[in-house]
Design a protein around this ligand. Structure first.
Ligand code: FES
Length: 113
């Protein structure tokens, strides 16, 4: 018997709304998720910094690194890993896909690479 895989992808926004170099915070089922377009590749992570309660989408984006607006830790959007103190814990990362122009995010965190 073939077991069907249940998809947890949720429509977040139109992909065209997020141009390269931009990031945004979306609320998905009460969860704040940061979505960024890095040179045409979309990434999704938790929006809340792992150090304290700061919204990373209010920080700055340089390449694949997002900088926290509160104490300046930078995180890789590809791996979720912090690049320096004071943050020590990685962000949870989520799978992203684009279907019919709609950007969809899977809320099940994927394993860190
Ligand atoms: S709240 Fe983000 S580095 Fe402190």
């Amino acid at each position: 018997m073939i077991e069907r895989m249940k998809s947890n992808f949720i429509a977040a926004l139109e992909a065209s709304e997020l141009t390269p170099g931009k990031m945004i915070c979306v609320d998905l089922k009460g969860q704040r998720v940061l979505v960024a377009n890095v040179d045409g590749v979309f990434y999704a992570t938790d929006d809340t910094c792992t150090h304290e309660d700061a919204s990373l989408s209010s920080g700055s984006l340089k390449g694949e690194l997002v900088k926290c607006p509160l104490h300046g830790s930078r995180f890789s959007l590809r791996t979720g890993e912090p690049m320096e103190d004071p943050a020590e814990e990685p962000l949870r990362c989520y799978a992203v896909k684009v279907e019919n122009g709609t950007l969809q995010i899977e809320l099940e965190p994927r394993k860190h690479r």
